[in-house]
Design a protein around this ligand. Structure first.
Ligand code: HEM
Ligand code: HEM
Ligand code: SF4
Ligand code: SF4
Length: 394
């Protein structure tokens, strides 16, 4: 057998998890681009240096986003990845597919691309890795025919994403999938035409467990919650305790606000102190349920680093009803106001959280017509981030 040409990459396959190296190798006999991808990556590991050129404008008719242009900086050595563009497909809410739909997606990608996919990147999109400029339009046309649209890329709204919510999860306080679908359809233009300072992500979680990590990964996070009292079945609480749950240690002492107590018989919750963190409900789902007056908490500014450090989102609306009947008008209104302010004041490559940092929360709140309230805190259990306007101090 010939010596391996990728000794460094081979090491990555020895770990306990499935390896992307193995998958790329599987495609290599069929796809020269997969072969060259391996070759180039090995060189990158040897030299400890990336060999992709960044950016370049490629796209399809009528769209400004959805395709991410990539070129190797070593085209002589690796001609088959001279162009290696990524296509993003807009994923269905909750990432549900029929096997038939997936087969069709893959058949088209086998024809025009490297055959490599990524389901699902953190953006949420179905990511198709590596094709040439000449195939972009044809591939897009065929994806359109089977009912898929492009996702977002560049300085635009990125494909909104959500947890599986009510389709599978008893904790869901809002219909995260419906909200995500509705917002995606409403904001198609913002999704496909990059015209903002930078990217903007919306993610929707059905409850504070936040399975799509919206607080960290989205500029605008919608998280299901409730505002009345947690529902308690005392009988079921006693059953947990009888079955060996150390309720004091596991539930009561770990409530972040210390608002629960158990007298050996009854569980009591001081609901006005509860911050709806979901901890107790997660531990005793048969005994505790969210209240019945449900809605969402809205947070702004979550992002990974580029200009400023990583941010978690900050609460701007502690509770908003999520009304299917009026087409989620309230949340859309708020989004429009936020975009208008950010678009006008944001610098190039500045996420909305960074614009807020630079210009101040009180300017932001005034622009989007929200009143400052105590729930607005910069870091958990730290100072409220609102500083009064001088003329308002009496
Ligand atoms: C051709 C050279 C490539 C470059 C320069 C590159 C760079 C990037 C950048 C900057 C992003 C973030 C885009 C954004 O959010 O605005 C991204 C997304 C991503 N890339 Fe690449 N990439 C390349 C190819 C690849 C390859 C070969 C893989 C895996 C084998 C890969 C995997 C991913 C994944 C999983 C995402 C996230 C997608 C998502 O979360 O939606 N990329 N890439
Ligand atoms: C110093 C090293 C790195 C820097 C500076 C960096 C920077 C970034 C930035 C700025 C983003 C965009 C985040 C956002 O949307 O707010 C990003 C996204 C991403 N990066 Fe990195 N990255 C690094 C290393 C890596 C590595 C080693 C991997 C994987 C092996 C990786 C995988 C990803 C993926 C999958 C995303 C998409 C996440 C998302 O869309 O939420 N990155 N990275
Ligand atoms: S975020 Fe909440 S509602 Fe959504 S899947 Fe996770 S636990 Fe269920
Ligand atoms: S939801 Fe969280 S804060 Fe509220 S009572 Fe349960 S553990 Fe305490």
């Amino acid at each position: 057998m010939a010596e391996s040409k990728t000794p460094l990459l081979d090491q990555l396959e020895t770990g306990p998890w499935p390896s992307f190296v193995t998958e790329i190798k599987r495609m290599a006999p069929e796809k020269p681009s997969a072969q060259d991808l391996l070759g180039q990556l090995e060189v990158s590991y040897e030299e400890k240096k990336g060999h992709w050129k960044h950016g370049g404008i490629v796209g399809v008719m009528g769209y400004g986003g959805g395709v991410i242009g990539r070129y190797t900086d070593m085209p002589e050595q690796f001609p088959n990845v001279a162009e290696f563009h990524t296509i993003r497909l807009n994923q269905p809410s909750g990432w549900y597919y029929t096997t038939e739909a997936l087969r069709k997606v893959c058949d088209i990608w086998d024809k025009y691309g490297s055959g490599l996919t990524n389901l699902h990147g953190s953006t949420g999109d179905l990511v198709l890795l590596g094709t040439e400029t000449k195939y972009l339009q044809t591939a897009f046309n065929e994806y359109s025919e089977i009912g898929f649209d492009l996702g977002g890329s560049g300085s635009d709204l990125r494909t909104p994403s959500c947890c599986c919510g009510m389709s599978r999860c008893e904790f869901a306080c809002i219909d995260s999938m419906d909200i995500c679908h509705n917002l995606t359809n409403t904001f198609q233009d913002e999704l496909h035409r990059p015209m903002w300072p930078y990217k903007f992500k919306i993610k929707v979680s059905g409850c504070a467990n936040d399975c799509v990590a919206s607080i960290a990964r989205s500029d605008f996070s919608i998280m299901g919650t409730w505002r009345d009292d947690i529902r308690i079945k005392q009988e079921a609480v006693r059953e947990y305790v009888a079955n060996g749950l150390d309720i004091q240690d596991i539930v009561i002492d770990r409530c972040p606000t210390g608002c629960m107590s158990f007298d050996g018989n009854e569980l009591t919750i001081d609901n006005k102190e509860c911050v709806r963190c979901m901890h107790c409900i997660n531990k005793m789902p048969k005994a505790l349920r969210p209240g019945e007056d449900k809605g969402a908490t809205i947070l702004i500014g979550g992002k990974a680093t580029i200009l400023q450090s990583a941010f978690l989102g900050w609460v701007i609306v502690p509770f908003m009803k999520m009304d299917k009947e009026n087409d989620y008008e309230e949340v859309k209104d708020l989004l429009d106001k936020i975009w208008e302010w950010w678009d006008e004041h944001g610098k190039v490559r500045e996420r909305v959280g960074e614009t807020i940092c630079r210009l101040g929360m009180r300017n932001f709140l005034r622009a989007v017509e929200l009143e400052p309230i105590p729930q607005m805190v910069f870091k958990p259990r730290a100072n409220p981030y609102f500083f009064w306007w001088p003329e308002e101090v009496k």
